[in-house]
Design a protein around this ligand. Structure first.
Ligand SMILES: [Zn+2]
Ligand SMILES: [Zn+2]
Length: 141
């Protein structure tokens, strides 16, 4: 994560591409536009920025493909997101929707050490409350 400074939209789009792939679907530009409720040029603009940072490759008329670095960064953001929201809900008693929304505000900037401590407090759970897998490969234990 340290070599990358992502803006919030970049982090959201990158992790959404990863989520869609995790669901076994193609992260088509049209699908991203409908998930974010935006027009195609907005999606293309963010994808171009991610491509310039070497996180994905765009091909005309095709769904973008994550590079190895893109996969690493996206899975790290998702680990953070899922741990933070779970922590907010289990430890602070926040409703899931609020926990998810607030986690999205900080999941791409919170220090790894803080996330690792939250993860340890939760005993390194395998699934988030959306029942999505939590990958701890890059989690500092
Ligand atoms: Zn969430
Ligand atoms: Zn972890």
């Amino acid at each position: 994560m340290s070599n990358f400074t992502l803006t919030k939209p970049e982090a959201s789009y990158l992790s959404e591409v990863y989520r869609i792939i995790e669901e076994g679907r193609e992260p088509a530009v049209t699908l991203l536009a409908s998930r974010f409720g935006v027009k195609l040029p907005t999606v293309i603009d963010v994808l171009e920025k991610l491509e310039r940072k070497g996180l994905l490759v765009r091909e005309r008329w095709r769904a973008p493909k994550l590079t190895r670095t893109g996969i690493r960064v996206a899975s790290s953001i998702l680990h953070r997101h899922r741990i933070i929201e779970l922590y907010f809900s289990r430890k602070l008693g926040l409703a899931q929707q609020l926990a998810c929304r607030e986690a999205a505000k900080i999941d791409y900037i919170l220090d790894d050490l803080v996330v690792a401590r939250m993860c340890r407090e939760l005993n390194h759970p395998d699934k988030c409350f959306h029942m999505k897998p939590i990958n701890h490969t890059r989690c500092k234990r």
